[in-house]
Design a protein. Structure first.
Length: 145
């Protein structure tokens, strides 16, 4: 199963609107949520050269001149077994209309809580600029699980 994620929509649900338009802040949050899953994360706009497009099983794509919602819809039409993660009502309805499964962002967030005894990005406040090396080593070493 692959998740197709409305990037800023999910990240904003976790950490508030300050992540919108700041993929460098949104991506770590999303990676924490989808650890061990295959996912395509779609962001509005154009890519930054400083941001990778692949993190293990997680692929990052940009909508360019289109909206992220339109790109997500096109991806789901090509892969009807994908699960769309968004709270956008119009996008939910469009995807359900072609038979896709839709998951509310809160459901993905709740499924992550309590999964690890180590503090995750979901509960950590602040800490900008700090890098938890142990967290990322474990993250990338647990990709196959």
């Amino acid at each position: 199963m692959i998740y197709v994620i409305d990037g800023y929509n999910l990240a904003a649900k976790v950490r508030g609107s300050y992540v919108v338009g700041k993929p460098e802040k949104a991506i770590p949050i999303i990676l924490d949520l989808v650890r061990g899953k295959s996912a395509t994360v779609v962001f509005d706009g154009y890519p930054s050269k400083e941001i990778a497009t692949c993190f293990g099983k997680v692929k990052i794509i940009w909508s360019g001149d289109e909206t992220a919602d339109d790109v997500i819809f096109k991806l789901v039409r090509k892969n009807p077994n994908a699960v769309v993660v968004t709270d956008d009502i119009d996008l939910k309805n469009r995807c359900r209309g072609i038979g896709a499964k839709v998951l509310a962002t809160s459901s993905l967030i709740e499924s992550r809580k309590g999964r690890s005894t180590k503090k995750s990005l979901l509960t950590e406040k602040g800490g900008e600029g700090k890098v938890d090396v142990d967290f990322w080593l474990k993250f990338f070493n647990s990709e196959g699980s």
